[in-house]
Design a protein around this ligand. Structure first.
Ligand code: AMP
Ligand code: MG
Length: 423
């Protein structure tokens, strides 16, 4: 692969988050579809060694430079021969001198009617197309005997049976995980074209928030460590933009600074439409704010804006709502900005261990975990200030937009934290 300069894609359009006039409450799926349509990769592209590519997103398809396996080889330890020399009933074949082992090929051609010792991974010598397992053989010094018939090509692997040379090993948009490194290494890739790691700024807002020595009227900043950790876990560069009180000038200053060093900014707090919601007020005056009223609990508007061309995702201040909005909306948004495939969490159907009735009109996410019977239980309180429930849980139960009457045993959707990349 030739070395290329970093490519910098265009920024988002100023009106990309605009919602049509008159939209009241947007269903979760529609909001996600809009987000998906609005976003495109903003991270640049660079060539990097495979060894440092874990967690990076492929910016181009990677083709297999070499087939896997590159040559036909033996799948077992045993004896190899030409299938044409065998038949039904007991077969006795004279053993040729020498052997074929992985990394130690047998370079001669095996005469028809003979057998040769062959070990797992050895390239099939000329004249060998079939292998019999050693456990199925009786062996003397110079003869191997086994029960026929043996299937043609038994216990062998075809060249390229896993992946042909030139086939797409992994597509653009794929985020590299440990097993992917095995596939790319096996097929001869040493360098990949990847998007640069997305730089994600995290800013907390609120007069009452502090990180040190909280006075009686203050509370500790719970969102920033959580969001920074989520972002790191998703494979991005988490950039701590600190905390700002509810002052437009200070928020502006933090956003200005953040926009210089990040590709996207996550804020928490002050994003609704109240008196003290200074983030939304500032973004609306100066940052092309679009407040999406999403039919979801927990929720509140999701503030989407552009600050000097840098997308800003304004999450609710409440830590429970901040986490759930981050998992449902910020995560796929960041993946899209990073060039990755759309991030859809895996859902599992489990019987409920709880009862609950909900009305139609909004989707609900409950803190949940799997109990000893394999059923989904939910946290005792739905109070959105109950941070302990986030740690109690191992995932979320997703209740549909429609009305639902859940009783113990009703099938519900469980989304484990691991589906959101929380390890
Ligand atoms: P807001 O969205 O600013 O109205 O905040 C909603 C609630 O979340 C308030 O009770 C805030 O005190 C609380 N809150 C906001 N930011 C944080 C934070 N970073 N850590 C913990 N709680 C927060
Ligand atoms: Mg606030």
């Amino acid at each position: 692969m030739t070395q290329q300069p970093t490519l910098v894609p265009p920024r988002l359009r100023n009106d990309c988050f605009a919602m049509p006039q008159g939209v009241a409450w947007t269903p979760v799926d529609e909001a996600l579809a809009r987000l998906r349509a609005a976003l495109h990769p903003v991270a640049g592209v660079e060539d990097i060694p495979l060894a440092s590519a874990l967690g990076r997103v492929l910016a181009a398809d990677v083709l297999a430079l070499r087939a896997n396996p590159p040559h036909a080889n033996s799948a077992v330890d045993g004896y190899g021969f030409a299938h044409a020399a065998t038949g039904a009933g007991i077969c006795q074949l004279p053993l040729a001198a020498g052997r074929a082992a992985a990394g130690q090929p047998f370079y001669d051609t095996l005469p028809n009617g003979q057998a040769i010792r062959i070990l797992t991974g050895a390239i099939l010598p000329q004249g060998v197309d079939t292998v019999v397992l050693e456990e199925d053989c009786a062996i003397s010094a110079d003869v191997v005997a086994f029960d026929g018939p043996i299937k043609p090509r038994a216990n062998t692997r075809r060249a390229g049976e896993d992946l042909a040379q030139g086939a797409i090993a992994l597509p653009r948009g794929h985020k590299l995980r440990a097993p992917d490194l095995a596939l790319l290494a096996a097929t001869g890739t040493t360098q990949v074209q990847a998007y640069r790691r997305l730089r994600v700024g995290v800013l907390s807002t609120g007069d009452e928030i502090t990180s040190h020595n909280a006075a009686p009227h203050q509370i500790y900043d719970a969102n920033r460590p959580m969001l920074l950790a989520l972002v790191t876990g998703w494979g991005f560069d988490a950039i701590d933009l600190g905390h700002t009180p509810d002052s437009p000038d200070l928020i502006r200053h933090h956003l200005d600074e953040g926009a210089k060093s990040t590709d996207v900014i996550l804020t928490s707090g002050g994003a609704s439409a109240g008196d003290e919601d200074h983030v939304s007020r500032l973004l609306s005056a100066e940052g092309a704010l679009s407040s999406w009223r999403i039919a979801m609990k927990p929720g509140r508007p999701l503030a989407l804006a552009l600050w000097q061309g840098v997308p800003v995702v304004g999450l609710p201040g409440n830590p429970v709502a901040a986490l759930i909005c981050a998992l449902i909306f910020a995560r796929p948004a960041l993946f899209a900005l990073a060039g990755a495939d759309w991030a859809e969490p895996a859902r599992f159907t489990l019987p409920a261990a709880f009862a609950k009735s909900k009305k139609a009109g909004r989707r609900e996410y409950l803190r949940a975990r799997i109990n000893a019977d394999g059923h989904a239980e939910v946290f005792a309180s739905e109070g959105s200030g109950r941070i302990s429930g986030l740690s109690w849980a191992s995932g979320l139960v997703e209740l549909p937009d429609e009305a639902a009457d859940i009783t113990p045993g009703t099938a519900v959707q469980f989304l484990p934290y691991s589906s959101f990349g929380i390890g």
